[in-house]
Design a protein around this ligand. Structure first.
Ligand code: GRF
Length: 209
């Protein structure tokens, strides 16, 4: 049973998809707490509606990373809630020390692009502007780089001629809400093995979710 802590900065639709899959009995895990670096992020409200502990964690003085004292505050909060696995769901900061080393291969992220293409911000917009014909999402482990950790799962979507950044992001998010619960479910069942940069998945005979 994974004891999950979710970190997010925004709407929390991925948190919701994971929580819904847990409630439906599809993932052997529970979400012990949710933390946000943004005091009024909707993800905190979603968590409270689900009866899950939720808190704003001050990550200042930095704006784009969690490091030093802020990272220490986050670790304390996660420890307080006995978290052993961290899920980044729209958390808009780079993870630095000491948080990075506190959960080795126990921290995952979802990125709205088919990595290694289009790391960084607003990846769906990058894909559209580049003229890519396929976009998608990637679930990966966190390492020290920006969106560079070992890839667990990817799902692709077509880019349509009449797409706007918003319509493409919405199509990608539908796939995120499938990929993220699936990846966490596989990890919770001990079906995921990391071999250097490659992540090997034992799916058995099950077709999941
Ligand atoms: C998603 O597109 C995710 O890929 C990116 O941030 C967005 C978060 O959305 N990292 P939500 O807060 O889960 O709705």
């Amino acid at each position: 049973m994974l004891n999950i802590g979710v970190l997010g900065s925004g709407s929390g639709s991925n948190f919701q998809a994971i929580q819904d899959a847990i409630k439906a009995g599809k993932i052997a895990a529970r979400i012990n707490c949710v933390a946000s670096d943004v005091a009024d992020a909707y993800i905190l409200e979603r968590a409270r509606k689900e009866g899950i502990a939720a808190a704003h964690i001050d990550c200042s003085p930095f704006k784009t990373k969690i490091e030093g004292e802020g990272a220490r505050r986050m670790i304390d909060y996660l420890d307080e809630h006995e978290v052993d696995f961290v899920v980044l769901a729209g958390f808009m900061r780079m993870v630095k020390e000491p948080l990075l080393s506190a959960f080795p291969l126990r921290m995952v992220n979802i990125h709205p692009a088919l990595l290694p293409a289009f790391p960084g911000l607003a990846s769906w917009k990058q894909a559209l502007e580049y003229g890519a014909k396929l976009a998608g999402c990637t679930v990966h482990f966190i390492d020290a780089g920006m969106d560079t950790g070992p890839i667990i799962l990817q799902r692709a979507v077509p880019v349509e001629d009449d797409d706007t950044p918003e319509s493409l992001h919405a199509r990608i998010q539908v796939e995120e809400h499938i990929a993220y619960p699936e990846a966490i479910g596989l990890i919770a069942e001990g079906r995921v093995e990391v071999a250097g940069r490659r992540v090997l998945i034992d799916r058995g005979n099950l077709s999941r979710i």
